[in-house]
Design a protein around this ligand. Structure first.
Ligand SMILES: [Zn+2]
Length: 109
């Protein structure tokens, strides 16, 4: 979910290296910081129904990113039978499909 929504964010503003340089990593609760060094829990980034209390850049795993990419490729190929997908992939696609539909209903402002 976060990986999906983070695609639409201004990701240029979320480079962990620059965060560190600008001293924003505590405020943004970057995952590269040890837990006790992160500030108090608060919403760091939000979009629609998604809220995170950690830097979304560090939060989103490579696996999530590749699932979102695989979903996009699958959609481009016309979707098709989800029965042949691994259960984990099918679950992810299901979530992504409903997010995508909501996205299309709302428009991308
Ligand atoms: Zn970060």
């Amino acid at each position: 979910m976060v990986a999906f929504h983070f695609q639409f964010a201004n990701r240029a503003g979320w480079r962990c290296e620059e965060c560190r340089k600008n001293g924003l990593e505590r405020k943004r609760r970057c995952g590269w910081l040890a837990g006790e060094l992160r500030g108090e829990r608060h919403v760091v980034w939000a979009r629609r129904s998604v809220r995170v209390d950690e830097c979304p850049k560090s939060l989103v795993t490579a696996e999530s990113v590749s699932l979102v990419e695989a979903f996009a490729a699958w959609k481009l190929a016309g979707g098709g039978d989800a029965g042949g997908l691994a259960a984990r992939t099918a679950d992810a696609f299901c979530v992504l499909e409903s997010e995508l539909r909501a996205e299309m209903a709302h428009g991308t402002e």
